[in-house]
Design a protein around this ligand. Structure first.
Ligand SMILES: CC(C)(COP(=O)(O)OP(=O)(O)OC[C@H]1O[C@@H](n2cnc3c(N)ncnc32)[C@H](O)[C@@H]1OP(=O)(O)O)[C@@H](O)C(=O)NCCC(=O)NCCS
Length: 203
C-alpha cells in the first residue's frame, strides 16, 4: 500500500521518541509539555490518581495507585513506540500539574496514523484556568506537525462538562454520541467521541 505523503514511518517515530530528552518542550502561554519521566512519579502525582474528584470520570477510578506502580507504568509507556506521554507544567510556577498522552488507538503500528489523546489536570486549583484546553492544543500541534499524525480522537463521559468543553475549545469536533455506553454511580451515561483532523492531509 502506498504510504501517505506526510506520514512518518514507524522507525522514524521510534527514533524520534528515543531521542526526546527531558529538556524537550512544547510551549504555550500558560503551560508547557515535556516528556514524563520516572522522577515525576511523586507522592503528589500519586495523590491525584487516588483523588475521587480527579478520577471520577476516568477509567483510573477502578484501581488504587501506588508510587511504585506509577513508576512501572511510566517505564512501560516510555519503552513503547505507539505512545507519547508528557507532563503538563504550569509555566508560572514550573510545577507539574497534570499529564497528557497519545496512544495509537487503532493499532500499535500507526498504520492509520490515528492516535487517541487523554489528559488529566491533577492539581484541582488549576481547573478552569485554560490549562486543559492549552495542553490539548499543544499536544495536537506536536502530533500534527512533528509526528505527522493524520487524525486524533478523544472521548469523554457526557457528564464530564469540563472535558467536553476543553476538547471543543481546542478545535475538536464531536463526531458522535454513543448512547448508554458507560455506567456512572449505577446510572447509564452517554459517551462523547471527538476528533481533530490534520489539515495537511487532503481527504
Ligand atoms: C477535564 C479537564 C481536563 C479540563 O481541564 P481544565 O484545565 O479544567 O479546562 P479549561 O480550564 O481549559 O476549561 C475548558 C472549559 O471548560 C470549563 N470547565 C472546566 N471544568 C469544568 C467543570 N467541572 N464544569 C463545567 N465547566 C468546566 C471551563 O470553564 C472552560 O469553559 P469556557 O471554554 O467556556 O471558558 C480537567 O478538569 C481534568 O483533568 N479533570 C479531571 C480528569 C478528567 O476528567 N480528565 C478527562 C477525562 S476524558
Amino acid at each position: 500500500m502506498p504510504r501517505l505523503k506526510h506520514s512518518r514511518p514507524l522507525n522514524d517515530i521510534a527514533r524520534l521518541k528515543h531521542n526526546l530528552t527531558k529538556s524537550f518542550r512544547v510551549t504555550g502561554k500558560k503551560v508547557y509539555l515535556r516528556p514524563l519521566t520516572v522522577e515525576d512519579a511523586t507522592r503528589r502525582y500519586c495523590s491525584w490518581m487516588n483523588d475521587p474528584d480527579v478520577i471520577r470520570y476516568t477509567e483510573s477510578r477502578y484501581s488504587r495507585k501506588t508510587v511504585a506502580g506509577l513508576k512501572r507504568y511510566i517505564v512501560n509507556a516510555n519503552g513503547g513506540t505507539s505512545n507519547f506521554f508528557f507532563a503538563i507544567i504550569d509555566k508560572r510556577t514550573d510545577r507539574h500539574v497534570g499529564n497528557i498522552k497519545i496512544e495509537s488507538a487503532v493499532n500499535p503500528f500507526w498504520d492509520h496514523l490515528v492516535a487517541e489523546i487523554g489528559l488529566i489536570i491533577g492539581e484541582k486549583n488549576c481547573w478552569g484556568m485554560g490549562f486543559g484546553t492549552e495542553a490539548i492544543r499543544l499536544m495536537t500541534r506536536f502530533c500534527f506537525n512533528v509526528l505527522k499524525v493524520r487524525k486524533i480522537t478523544a472521548q469523554c463521559y457526557s457528564i464530564n462538562v469540563g472535558s467536553a468543553k476543553a476538547f471543543r475549545a481546542a478545535g475538536y469536533v464531536q463526531e458522535c454520541l454513543r448512547r448508554a455506553n458507560a455506567r456512572y454511580n449505577g446510572k447509564q451515561i452517554d459517551l462523547l467521541l471527538f476528533g481533530a483532523i490534520n489539515p495537511r492531509f487532503k481527504r
